[in-house]
Structure formats: structure tokens, C-alpha cells
Design a protein around this ligand. Structure first.
Ligand SMILES: Cc1cc2nc3c(=O)[nH]c(=O)nc-3n(C[C@H](O)[C@H](O)[C@H](O)COP(=O)(O)OP(=O)(O)OC[C@H]3O[C@@H](n4cnc5c(N)ncnc54)[C@H](O)[C@@H]3O)c2cc1C
Length: 418
């Protein structure tokens, strides 16, 4: 049997969606020879409801892919909340002139990202599964590359750094024994379906019907996402997900009315497995980015934005050689407060708390904007929102430290040697 040919790179990235393609773009722009390997071929889909905010839209622009995304006409969206016959709507504080969010299906976004990575000079290898590492990932035997298998047989890609951008079930994390830490359980699950022909305005709409929240996100190419987010405890009683979903939607008149003449074009899909976690971010010859490194409940809608942000930061640190210690330290500082807020987002809403929140924001446009800006990460929940909403601190917890105390366990290894 002939030995697989070894190809040499400055960095090998495993996974080529949000985190992997973004990292490939940033590293290639810095002149590094980069390969991003994915077992999927593109365009293809992945489970996600895919809303992104002005901070992340600016990052798409910076990566040179925003025009291609906007060519699919995702409507610019303000945020609206509905509860007990009342509603508020708010724009975001503009970032690079944009005060809106967009919702772009992953079949659209990820294909554009892969092409963006190629255009930046990275090699994207599709349909190839990484199965092993060169090196065990210890200080004596650092990771030096990956072994992989594709349609054309085995492949060996060598590089001084291998980055796992390979999602929640990361192969790289498993191979370097980076376990989930600081796991934050969820009390809710998220299911959704795609629709076409839905009546809409330029808003992403959240219908609070405790213990459920249903949301409508107008998306790209005339598609719409309609979600149901509710208690895990209901799971056992749901025998037919499509029927349950349709009954729930029909019970919300404001949402049902806009579906007149619309077509549901997918089955109801989703997952109850939404617990948050961190993994160690770096080790000898390896790093993790995107969901492989850190996951938060998708009610926060931060996964894509965080993947882009972390890719940008990690690329800078790989280029200047500081990534082993600086990258985990950055994550700790960047993610802590939003991770704590996710504890609240992962709980089913109640009528009293939602009523108090509506009472406060409905007459206060600044507070309403601050609230929606939490999702754009320009506002911190415990400084700018929670103290201004009567009773909210009793639902969210009084401080970040208080909320995270039960989940702290072992923090990211800030003292690892470079
Ligand atoms: C129900 C749901 C709703 C969500 N809604 C939102 C939202 O509204 N907004 C938001 O920002 N985020 C949302 N998220 C989170 C978001 O989807 C993720 O954070 C994001 O997909 C992470 O991107 P990633 O590139 O890290 O991983 P992924 O998108 O999971 O990509 C990993 C890639 O790695 C590849 N791979 C895996 N193993 C291997 C291997 N061994 N060899 C080669 N390739 C491999 C896979 O094929 C895949 O293409 C949601 C998530 C869920 C579950």
C-alpha cells in the first residue's frame, strides 16, 4: 500500500462553516498557507436558526462577503416583542451605519463563506473527514497535523497548528481530550420549520406565550423561519412534532394571521440538546474555535457572531504567536457576562416577568434599544438593562458572579505556557 502524500501548511483548520471559513479568511489574508477541511460539501445545511446582528454584519463586510449575502435579499430586521396584546419594536444602535439584524439560512451563508475563504487564498478541501492527529497534543509530542479520509483515499496535512472548527461534537476536541466544562443545563428546547409566502414587515417578531416563545424571522430568498422555544418538560407529551407546532402557532392569533396563504416547506426540526459549555481552547499545537470551543443557548443567537469574532481574534494571535495564552484569556473576558445571561434565556418565560419587562420598555425607547443591543453585544445586561427593569434581577440573578458560581468549576487555563 502506498503511503498517503503529506501536504504542508502553516495552519490546518478542521471544519469550514462559520468558524472555519472565517478563520481561513483571516489567516490567508495575513499571508499564511491555510487548508480548511470539511467532511461536508457546500452549499449544504446545518441545524441553526441563523439570526445575526449589526456587529456580525460588520464582520461579514470586513471579510468581503456581505455583498454576496445581501444579494439573497435577507430583509433588514428591527426587533419586536408581543405579549398580552402589547408590543414594542426597537432598532439597534448602528454599527457601521446598520441598525438592523438579518436572518440568513446556513445553506446560503456557509457556501458564501467557503467561497470567501477560497478568494482570500485558503485551500478549502470538501468531502474529507479528519480522523486522526499527527502528535498526541502533549508538550513532548505536540499536534503537527491531521490524517483524513476522502473519496480519493487517505490524506495527511501537516502544520505547526491545527484548529478544530468542527462544531459541538468536535473530533479535534475528542482527540486532544478537551472535555466540556462549566456545563450550563437548559430548561428549554428549540424547534422550527421553514416557510415561504408569509406576510411580514421588517421585524423579527417574538410572541411571548408563557411557557412558550414563538418567533418569526424573515430570511433570505423569500424564506421565513418560525420557531417554538419552550420547556423541555413538554417533550414527553409531544407525539407528533409537526402537529404540536401547528397547534401552537394557531393558538397565537397575531402569528397565525400572517400565515394565511403561506406554505410550510420543511418538517419541524430542532433539538433539546442546548446546554452551554466551554472546552479548553488551546494546547500544544492545537486550538478550538466556534462551537467546538464554546456553546451558548441559541435563544442568545450568538453562535455565528461569536464564531466570526473568535476567528478574527485567534487569527491575529496565531500571526503574532501569542495564541496559546492570549486566546483563552480573551475568551474568558469576552464571553463571561453573556454566558451568565444565557442562564436566564434558557428558562421558559413567565407572564409576570414578561409583563414587568413590557411595562418598562414600552414607554422608554432608550431602554428598549438597550435591551435589543444586548444581542448585538454593544450593551451589557447587568450594567445597562437589568437594574432598570423592576424585578428583573430576581429572575436573572443579581450579578454575573452569582449566576455563574454553580457552573464555574475549572476556568480556562490562563497560565498555559506559550
Ligand atoms: C437550533 C439552533 C438555533 C441556532 N440559532 C442561531 C442563531 O439564530 N444565531 C446564531 O448566531 N447562532 C445560532 N445557533 C448557533 C450556531 O448554529 C452555531 O454556533 C454555529 O453553527 C457554529 O459554527 P461552527 O463553524 O463552530 O460549527 P458548525 O456550523 O457546526 O460547523 C462545523 C463543521 O465541521 C465539520 N466537521 C465536523 N467534524 C469533522 C471532521 N471530523 N472532519 C471534517 N469536518 C468535520 C462539519 O461537517 C461542519 O461543517 C443555533 C444553533 C442551534 C442548534
Amino acid at each position: 500500500m502506498t503511503e498517503p502524500q503529506v501536504r504542508h501548511y502553516d495552519a490546518v483548520i478542521v471544519g469550514a462553516r462559520a468558524a472555519g471559513s472565517a478563520l481561513a479568511i483571516h489567516l490567508a489574508r495575513k499571508g499564511l498557507k491555510v487548508a480548511a477541511v470539511d467532511r461536508a460539501t457546500f452549499p449544504s445545511d446545518i441545524l441553526s436558526t441563523h439570526v445575526i446582528y449589526p456587529n456580525t454584519i460588520a464582520r461579514l463586510d470586513d471579510m468581503g462577503v456581505l455583498d454576496a449575502v445581501m444579494a439573497h435579499r435577507p430583509p433588514p430586521l428591527y426587533t419586536a416583542w408581543y405579549h398580552e396584546g402589547r408590543m414594542f419594536v426597537a432598532p439597534h444602535t448602528p454599527i457601521a451605519g446598520r441598525d438592523w439584524a438579518i436572518c440568513v439560512r446556513r445553506i446560503t451563508l456557509d457556501g458564501i463563506m467557503v467561497e470567501g475563504a477560497r478568494k482570500a487564498g485558503a485551500e478549502v478541501i470538501e468531502g474529507v473527514t479528519v480522523t486522526g492527529l499527527l502528535g498526541t497534543g502533549t508538550e513532548d509530542d505536540p499536534v503537527r497535523g491531521v490524517t483524513a479520509i476522502g473519496e480519493n483515499g487517505p490524506l495527511t496535512l501537516a502544520a505547526p497548528v491545527v484548529i478544530g472548527a468542527d462544531g459541538v461534537n468536535s473530533t479535534i476536541a475528542r482527540l486532544v481530550h478537551a472535555e466540556r466544562k462549566r456545563v450550563m443545563p437548559t430548561e428549554t428546547m428549540l424547534y422550527f420549520a421553514y416557510w415561504t409566502g408569509v406576510k411580514t414587515r421588517n421585524t423579527q417578531d417574538f410572541f411571548f406565550e408563557p411557557p412558550w416563545v414563538c418567533a418569526h424571522f424573515p430570511a433570505d430568498d423569500g424564506h421565513h423561519v418560525i420557531t417554538m422555544n419552550g420547556p423541555l418538560t413538554k417533550r414527553a407529551e409531544i407525539k407528533n412534532w409537526d402537529e404540536y407546532y401547528m397547534d401552537l402557532i394557531r393558538s397565537i392569533p397575531g402569528l397565525a394571521a400572517r400565515l394565511d396563504g403561506a406554505t410550510k416547506v420543511s418538517r419541524v426540526i430542532g433539538t433539546p440538546r442546548l446546554e452551554g459549555y466551554y472546552r479548553d481552547h488551546t494546547g500544544p499545537g492545537w486550538a478550538l474555535v466556534g462551537d467546538a470551543a464554546h456553546f451558548k443557548h441559541p435563544a442568545g443567537a450568538q453562535g455565528i457572531g461569536d464564531a466570526f469574532h473568535a476567528a478574527e481574534v485567534l487569527a491575529e494571535m496565531i500571526a503574532d504567536g501569542s495564541w496559546r495564552t492570549a486566546y483563552p484569556a480573551w475568551r474568558e473576558a469576552d464571553s463571561r457576562e453573556f454566558y451568565a445571561f444565557c442562564k436566564h434565556l434558557a428558562e421558559p418565560p413567565g407572564n409576570d416577568g414578561t409583563r414587568r419587562l413590557m411595562d418598562a420598555v414600552i414607554h422608554d425607547a432608550n431602554l428598549a434599544r438597550n435591551l435589543v443591543d444586548v444581542w448585538a453585544r454593544t450593551v451589557k445586561p447587568w450594567s445597562d438593562v437589568i437594574p432598570h427593569i423592576p424585578g428583573m434581577a430576581s429572575a436573572t440573578g443579581a450579578s454575573v458572579d452569582e449566576v455563574l458560581a454553580p457552573f464555574e468549576g475549572e476556568r480556562l487555563p490562563l497560565a498555559a505556557t506559550a
